[in-house]
Design a protein around this ligand. Structure first.
Ligand SMILES: [Zn+2]
Length: 633
């Protein structure tokens, strides 16, 4: 949901604990045609096994067979099937109940799914798993809408739970949905935290990533007093006497990053483990860390060595704008990470891949940040609060963080090194620059199999829609943002009606032939792939959302159910260069599959948000099973 949170992610990408100031936050022609058709394509039944199910493969029994299922294969024709056989971690048969019979032997585990839905495991093409895992281990307010009393109870429970900590140990609280405190408009301040039974310093970070709330002890340790000036890019909220109230905006709480303890290696490994567990529950079988610090690669590698890697792990080290003076050196740094960690081709047991690099081209379009680079100026109020009059203002957001020359240079260097660029571009100005960069890349390396991704794409100039297909650029979208909510509707005044109509243009990009990949951007939002996929279809908020968030977002038609499922499976697998091995249920591919409690192609669209994963299988191994799986034996 909230675009503002993306600032948080930007910050997380640059620092592991406390957001930094805003400035720092921050061909396949056949396949493309198939994808272009996918939104319209209806699932067809796969009545006969594909030719690849060679007779020889039926001569020995499978390890595991699923029957009586509705299987969405995500193959080129979106076919469905009834049965599936797995041997040595790979799919050896997809087809009918009758056709799978020869694969059942004495030692075969036979699963009667009794009509339940089975599909490829989810491929999440953009997330921040180490930071997400660290948050899972911290005291969390879980993005919930709370009263002050409830907030205090939650934090007190964390304090009581960690009673063995000494009196000077920091308590960091995360995922505070400040904008959703109840009753609406209620204000917190340091007294909210000072009322708790503790002497420990406490810092509560909002999920939007713009605000922190500190108790008096924390303010004292940070030496924030009445005489502390507001830093550039930040604000210290003050009472009538000028005393800090405890609320700190943006760079005003950067000071805490030197005070809070840095996680230990063991904590990083615990965070990676916790993140993997959460992913398996959601049905994620492959993911991209879309701005991987070295700590992330080393933590997941440690989990891998210990035999605990339960999803195929891809990493995109960050190339920062300040490296523009030595782009070959920056690319060499990414290549060095690849040499150190990349394990090569996908195998049955998930491994580590380093074949992407992350580049930030702008900030976020959302108000009040307005740090997305846009083609037409943000509007400003030339009237009064009572009589507003919104007219084009002086700002088009920041200059794109890389110059056109620097971007072209780095993309070509990455291409030569076999590294796929993954660019953050939120505003249409940044998107345009990303597409120009990809055009230069294609010109320089016309035959290279490079799969450049443009993440976020919240506003795109209509003239740029067809360029995604032409250039083989992959929009990586977080579908949960495509609904009426504070972050999207908050832009109404700053963007004006024409841009609001095409905000979050997933359906328009699909109609122009773009191959869309899904990426959750976790922990910007709570990890809930199924809520995101639902919004991708409906472009609506939850039925329980406030009335001002009812209806659909803009004029975009949204995506079909098949299209959102493809975006989170085969097309994200394509983005990650693993579509030959995963992303669809086809003979010869690795058995990365999930079983669901309901059929996302058939249930009322709103119910897609409620889907529960019953079983997650990676390379034929069950990595998650719901505790009670009614009807599955
Ligand atoms: Zn991100």
């Amino acid at each position: 949901m909230r675009v503002l949170c993306k600032v948080c992610a930007r910050a997380l990408e640059w620092s592991h604990r406390v957001p930094r100031p805003r400035w720092a936050l921050l061909v396949q022609a056949v396949a493309l045609v198939l994808v272009a058709l996918a939104p319209q394509a209806q699932a067809q039944e796969l009545t006969t096994p594909p030719a690849a199910a060679a007779p020889s493969s039926s001569s020995s029994p499978a390890d595991r067979v699923y029957r009586n299922s509705v299987i969405f294969t995500a193959d080129a024709r979106n076919r469905t099937a009834e049965a599936l056989a797995i041997r040595d971690g790979r799919i050896v048969y997809v087809g009918s109940n009758q056709g799978v019979a020869p694969f059942v032997g004495a030692a075969t585990a036979l699963v009667d799914l009794k009509g339940r839905f089975l599909m490829p495991g989810l491929v999440d093409g953009h997330m921040h798993p180490l930071e997400a895992g660290l948050q899972l281990l911290k005291c969390s307010l879980n993005y919930e809408s709370l009263t002050i009393a409830e907030m205090q109870q939650r934090i007190q429970a964390c304090l009581d739970h960690s009673a063995s900590e000494d009196a000077s140990a920091w308590l960091e609280v995360v995922s505070w949905f400040q904008e959703s405190m109840r009753p609406a408009g209620v204000k917190t301040n340091r007294a909210t935290l000072d009322a708790l039974k503790t002497t420990r310093p406490i810092l509560v970070i909002s999920s939007f990533g713009h605000t922190a709330l500190a108790n008096t002890r924390a303010l004292a340790l940070a030496r924030i007093t009445a005489s502390t000036p507001d830093p550039i890019g930040g604000k210290i909220w003050r009472d009538d006497h000028g005393e800090p109230m405890g609320l700190l905006e943006d760079s005003a709480y950067a000071v805490f990053s030197d005070l809070l303890p840095k996680p230990t290696d063991a904590q990083y490994v615990a965070a990676a483990t916790a993140a993997l567990k959460a992913m398996s529950r959601q049905g994620i079988t492959s993911f991209l860390d879309a701005a991987a610090p070295s700590e992330s690669m080393s933590a997941f590698a440690a989990v891998r060595r210990a035999g605990g890697l339960t999803a195929r792990a891809h990493f995109a080290p960050l190339i920062e704008p300040r490296e523009a003076g030595d782009l070959p050196g920056a690319v060499a740094r990414v290549v060095a990470f690849a040499k150190q960690y990349d394990e090569g081709a996908n195998a049955r047991v998930p491994g580590i891949t380093v074949r992407n690099a992350k580049l930030l081209l702008d900030g976020v379009i959302a108000a009040p940040a307005l740090t997305g680079a846009v083609r037409e100026p943000y509007l400003m109020n030339a009237g009064t609060a009572e009589k507003p009059h919104w007219v084009p203002g002086p700002s088009r957001g920041p200059a794109v963080y890389f110059s056109a020359d620097a971007l072209a240079t780095v993309l070509v260097e990455l291409g030569r090194a076999g590294i796929d660029p993954h660019m953050h571009a939120d505003g249409d100005g940044a998107v345009h620059a990303a597409l120009d960069g990809i055009e230069a890349l294609r010109k320089a390396l016309p035959t290279a199999d490079i799969r450049p991704a443009i993440a976020h794409d919240e506003i795109v100039e209509p003239t740029d829609f067809p360029r995604y297909k032409l250039l083989g650029a992959i929009p990586v979208l977080s579908f949960q943002w495509e609904k009426p909510a504070g972050d999207t509707l908050g832009l109404t005044n700053y963007f004006g009606p024409a841009r609001m109509k095409i905000l979050e243009p997933a359906g328009l990009l699909a109609a122009a032939g773009a191959r869309i990949a899904f990426g959750s951007d976790w922990p910007v939002d709570k990890l809930d792939e199924w809520v995101a996929l639902k919004v991708g279809v409906t472009r609506t908020n939850a039925p329980s959302a406030p009335p001002e968030y009812s209806g659909r977002l803009g004029d975009d038609p949204g995506l079909s159910r098949e299209a959102v499922l493809r975006a989170a499976t085969i097309d994200a697998a394509y983005e990650l260069h693993e579509d030959e091995a995963t992303g669809s249920i086809e003979v010869g591919k690795l058995a990365d599959i999930i079983v669901l409690d309901r059929n996302p192609l058939k249930v009322p669209a709103e119910e897609i948000a409620k889907i529960q994963v019953l079983e997650t299988v990676v390379g034929g191994n069950i990595v998650y099973e719901a505790s009670a799986v009614p009807g599955v034996q």
